[in-house]
Design a protein around this ligand. Structure first.
Ligand SMILES: Cc1cc2nc3c(=O)[nH]c(=O)nc-3n(C[C@H](O)[C@H](O)[C@H](O)COP(=O)(O)OP(=O)(O)OC[C@H]3O[C@@H](n4cnc5c(N)ncnc54)[C@H](O)[C@@H]3O)c2cc1C
Length: 486
């Protein structure tokens, strides 16, 4: 068996591995990169366009993001946008839709208005849309099945003319192709090559074993989704972590029901994104609702096997049971898990889902949507045994020995170039290589691509008008109530 040698070997050709290969090839003096991928193509699992919601999560309409988190995601999300625009991928793999967070009922409306005041400095392009404006922009969010306005107060905090949507599968392919085009660099991809084990080489670096081949690397990065933790455990790393695979499914409508992305307000007790409706760029822009969230005892959706890998990666023990118990103790989470389980039960699922989705589209009918078979993926959520709790967001293991392991639940596709930058910095430091930070910053960071709408002050005036309108409705209600003698 011949040994193939590279300075860096990346395990996994999803969007994370592809982004790292691109950045190493373009912005460092690393000359040889090998990418080892289990399946026959780039991005067949979670990074595929049909597996995720195709959303660039900037932090402006994701109501579970704090201002600090939004500031970080904004930077990494902009990298995706800048990369796509640099190569002129507009309307090929990056798309623009209007987008909004929708508040329904007074509590949510006030929550969003308050959030707008807090977040509009970071996102000056955000606009406030009342019912009348929403009727023009997103009529199905306002009108009921009889064509009348829905009875609840609603408000949208959103934006137009922003890059909102990416086919992350196509983007992953482009990243590898562009990495291969860098002059003087070797970037080779090995498909149908499952990494079985990785061992530390005696002198330096690591040996990566597949069924048929062996690879030597000065540095290894494992970007294999949930299997990153599987391979880390195998090497004796990350035993304080376990993986809880959360599958996400979708429901597809028969038409373009929504003009843009409509996100609901997140229940802060729930660790997963609230239901949203998105135009699917791979399905004629028809609206796709979801994702749901269901614990699945396997690491890969729509692929055979990986049940044993699930148990090995969970590393079930007392601490994991306590972490799960802490989750289930919360009534809202229990209800959410049970309901999401029912979303997978044929026949019943559509009826239940209809009720939830009607919060976005009040006139939605059963015959207007179907369970999107073959869509969805698995979010490798990480359980921290030391803290006995579910970690939100991404996790990375760096033993400091020239190997990294990354687990990337949502919004891992949006943060692919940001995560790659973090890993790139570790790699060049470890190997004593050069990083062309100026070119990197010039091409991938900063820059404002948005067209600012009305000035902030007039937006804020609209917030006050909406509040005044709510107050007037209250007063009128009380007047009528008193007059009717109740
Ligand atoms: C339902 C859902 C909705 C989502 N929506 C969004 C969204 O709107 N926006 C967003 O930013 N993110 C979203 N995400 C998250 C996003 O899809 C992931 O974070 C991202 O795709 C992870 O990319 P990755 O390359 O790390 O992993 P993957 O895409 O899972 O790729 C891992 C790769 O490693 C390979 N591999 C695994 N084991 C081995 C091995 N032993 N040897 C060789 N290769 C191996 C796999 O075959 C695969 O190609 C969503 C995820 C889900 C499930």
């Amino acid at each position: 068996m011949s040994l193939k040698k590279y300075e860096v070997v990346i395990v996994g050709a999803g969007i994370s591995g592809a982004a790292l290969a691109y950045e190493l090839a373009r912005y460092t003096d690393i000359k040889s990169i090998g990418i080892i991928e289990k399946y026959e193509d780039v991005a067949t699992l979670n990074s595929s366009g049909t597996s995720n919601s195709q959303t660039i999560h900037v932090g402006d309409i994701e109501t579970n993001y704090t201002l600090d988190k939004a500031a970080v995601t904004k930077r990494t999300a902009k990298m995706v946008e800048k990369y796509c625009l640099q190569y002129h991928y507009q309307n090929e793999l990056i798309f623009s839709h209007q987008k909004m967070a929708l508040g329904v009922g007074e509590k949510e409306v006030e929550f969003l208005l308050h959030r707008f005041e807090e977040f509009s400095k970071l996102f000056p392009y955000l606009e406030v849309w009342d019912k009348e404006r929403l009727k023009e922009l997103e009529p199905r969010v306002v009108l009921d099945e009889n064509g009348n306005d829905r009875p609840e107060n609603i408000v949208g905090i959103g934006a137009k003319d922003q890059w909102t949507t990416v086919d992350f599968g196509k983007m992953a392919k482009s990243l590898i192709e562009n990495a291969q085009k860098q002059e003087g660099k070797t970037v080779e991809v090995f498909f149908n090559s499952q990494v079985k084990s990785i061992e530390k080489n005696e002198a330096k670096g690591h040996i990566v074993h597949t069924e048929d081949e062996e690879f030597y690397a000065d540095f290894v990065v494992v970007d294999a989704g949930a299997h990153s933790l599987f391979l880390a455990h195998q090497m004796g790393y990350g035993h304080n972590l376990g993986c809880l695979p959360m599958a996400g499914s979708f429901y597809m409508t028969n038409e373009r029901m929504l003009n843009g992305k409509v996100y609901m307000i997140q229940n802060p007790k729930l660790p997963f994104a609230a239901l949203h409706g998105d135009p699917d760029v791979l399905a004629d822009q028809n609206t796709r609702f979801g994702p749901t969230a269901l614990v699945l005892p396997k690491l890969e959706r729509y692929k055979s096997g990986t049940y044993m890998d699930f148990w090995k990666t969970l590393r079930l023990d007392k601490n994991i049971i306590i972490a799960l118990w802490k989750l289930l103790k919360e009534k809202d989470i229990r209800k959410y898990i049970f309901r999401n389980f029912l979303f997978e039960v044929p026949l019943l699922n559509k009826h239940l889902f209809l009720k939830d989705a009607r919060k976005i589209v009040p006139s939605l009918q059963l015959d207007e949507f179907r369970y999107a078979q073959g869509f969805g993926g698995v979010r490798p959520q990480v359980l921290n045994k030391d803290e006995q709790k579910l970690m939100l967001g991404e996790a990375s293991i760096d033993p400091g020995t020239g190997i990294l392991f990354n687990m990337t639940p949502s919004p891992g596709a949006t943060s692919c170039l940001g995560n790659a930058e973090r890993d790139l910095r570790t790699i060049v430091k470890y190997l004593g290589k050069k990083f062309d930070e100026e070119l990197f910053n010039d091409e991938l960071t900063e820059g404002e691509y948005c067209v600012l709408p009305e000035p902030l002050e007039s937006q804020k005036a609209r917030v006050n008008l909406i509040r005044a309108e709510i107050a007037r409705t209250h007063e009128k209600f009380h007047e009528n109530y008193t007059l009717s003698g109740k």
